[in-house]
Design a protein around this ligand. Structure first.
Ligand code: NAP
Length: 317
C-alpha cells in the first residue's frame, strides 16, 4: 500500500529536521575544530608583563605562568616583583612545564630607561612572543584645578611609555615575523567620563595608536589586541593622582565593586590564545554607553553633563 499524503508530509518533515540538526551539529564541530587549531599554545612562549607587581598585571603573571609561559615581569618596585616570583614558584602543576620568571625593573615614564629595559628584556630569552602593556596610573580631578604637568605625567606612563616600549621591542618581532602585542586600555579609552580627563585621554590615545599598529603590522604576521575593561577590583584608584600631582589614596566604591582581576586576566589570556583584536570587558551599562557615544552622541553628552553636575554637587557638600 502506498503512503498517504499526510504520512509522506510527516516523514519529509522528520527528514528535513534531522538534516538541519545534522548540519548544525557538523558546523558546530567544524567551529570547535577550527578554534582548537587556531588556538595559540602558550607553553614555552616568552611573555612580558608590565605593571606585574600588583592588580591585573600580577593576575596576568599567574595565568600566563600556569599556561607554561616564560615570563619577564616588569615594574618599578623590585621587592614587590620578587614577591610575585616567589608566589609563582610556589604554584606547581604536574601537567604543565613552568618557568621561574625574570624581573626587569624600570620606570615607564622615563624614556631613557625604557629603551635600556627593552635591550635587557630581549637578552633574557633572545626574543619576545607576547608583550602585555599593562602598567598604568589613574587620575581624579577637575580640569579647572589640574596642572598641565599632571596631564603630561599621566600621558607619559599610560601612553608614551607603552609606545616607546612597544617600538623598542617591535623590530625584533618584525624580524622574526611573529609576535603579539597587547594593550590594556579601558572602557575610558572608548568613552570619556568627567573628572577623569588625563586618564581617559591617555587611554583614547592608546586605543588609536594600537589600532594603527594592528593594521600596519598585520602583513608582518604580528597580532595586536586592545583590551578595554570596566572597573576591576585593584588598587588603581588608591594609586591614582589628583590635579596637583598628589596621591588620591581612596578605594572608590566602583573599583571595590569591580570585576575580579583573575577573571580579567583569563580574558587577556583568551584574547592572546584566540588572537582577538578588540575586547570590551564590561557590563551592559558601560557597553551601552560605548554604543550610545557612536550612535547617539547628543544623548551620551547629556548623560555625561548630568553626571558631572552630580559629582560637582557632591564635592560642594
Ligand atoms: N582597576 C580598574 O578599574 C581598571 C579598569 C580598566 C583598566 N585598567 C587598567 O589596568 C592596568 C593595570 O592597573 P591595575 O588596575 O592593576 O592597577 P594597579 O594595581 O595600581 O597596578 C598598576 C601597575 O602599574 C605599574 N606602574 C605604574 N606606574 C608605572 C611606571 N611609571 N612605570 C612602570 N610601572 C608602573 C605599577 O607598578 P609599580 O608601582 O610597582 O611600579 C603596578 O604594577 C592599567 O593600565 C589600568 O589603566 C584598570
Amino acid at each position: 500500500m502506498g503512503l498517504s499524503f499526510r504520512q509522506m508530509e510527516r516523514s519529509l518533515g522528520v527528514g528535513v529536521g534531522a538534516l538541519a540538526l545534522g548540519t548544525a551539529g557538523l558546523l558546530l564541530l567544524l567551529k570547535i575544530i577550527q578554534r582548537a587549531r587556531g588556538r595559540q599554545n602558550l607553553q614555552d612562549k616568552v611573555v612580558v608583563v608590565t605593571g606585574a607587581s600588583s592588580g591585573l598585571g600580577k593576575e596576568c603573571a599567574h595565568v600566563f605562568h600556569a599556561a607554561g609561559a616564560r615570563l619577564i615581569l616588569c615594574g618599578r618596585n623590585q621587592k614587590r616583583l620578587q614577591e610575585v616570583v616567589q608566589e609563582l614558584e610556589a604554584v606547581t602543576d604536574g601537567k604543565i612545564r613552568t618557568y621561574i620568571p625574570c624581573i626587569v625593573v624600570f620606570d615607564l615614564s622615563d624614556p631613557d630607561t625604557v629603551s635600556r629595559a627593552a635591550i635587557e628584556i630581549l637578552k633574557c630569552h633572545g626574543h619576545v612572543d607576547v608583550l602585555i602593556n599593562n602598567a598604568g596610573i589613574s587620575y581624579r580631578g577637575s580640569i579647572l584645578e589640574t596642572r598641565v604637568s599632571v596631564q603630561r605625567d599621566v600621558m607619559e606612563t599610560n601612553y608614551f611609555g607603552p609606545v616607546a616600549f612597544t617600538q623598542a621591542v617591535l623590530p625584533s618581532m618584525v624580524e622574526r615575523g611573529s609576535g603579539h602585542i597587547v594593550a590594556i586600555s579601558s572602557v575610558q579609552g572608548k568613552i570619556a567620563i568627567p573628572y577623569r580627563s588625563a586618564y581617559a585621554a591617555s587611554k583614547h590615545a592608546m586605543q588609536a595608536y594600537f589600532d594603527c599598529l594592528r593594521a600596519e603590522v598585520e602583513s608582518f604576521g604580528l597580532q595586536v589586541s586592545v583590551i578595554s575593561p570596566g572597573y576591576i577590583r585593584t588598587n588603581l584608584s588608591v594609586n591614582a593622582i589628583t590635579g596637583d600631582g598628589s596621591k588620591y589614596g581612596v578605594m572608590d566604591r566602583t573599583t571595590a565593586m569591580g570585576w575580579d582581576p583573575e577573571k580579567v586576566a583569563q580574558a587577556v589570556l583568551k584574547a592572546v590564545c584566540y588572537r582577538q583584536k578588540d575586547v570590551l570587558l564590561a557590563g551592559p551599562l558601560p557597553a551601552l554607553a560605548v554604543y550610545l557615544r557612536t550612535l547617539w552622541p547628543a544623548a551620551f553628552f547629556s548623560v555625561m553633563a548630568s553626571r558631572a553636575k552630580k559629582e560637582q554637587r557632591v564635592k560642594e557638600q
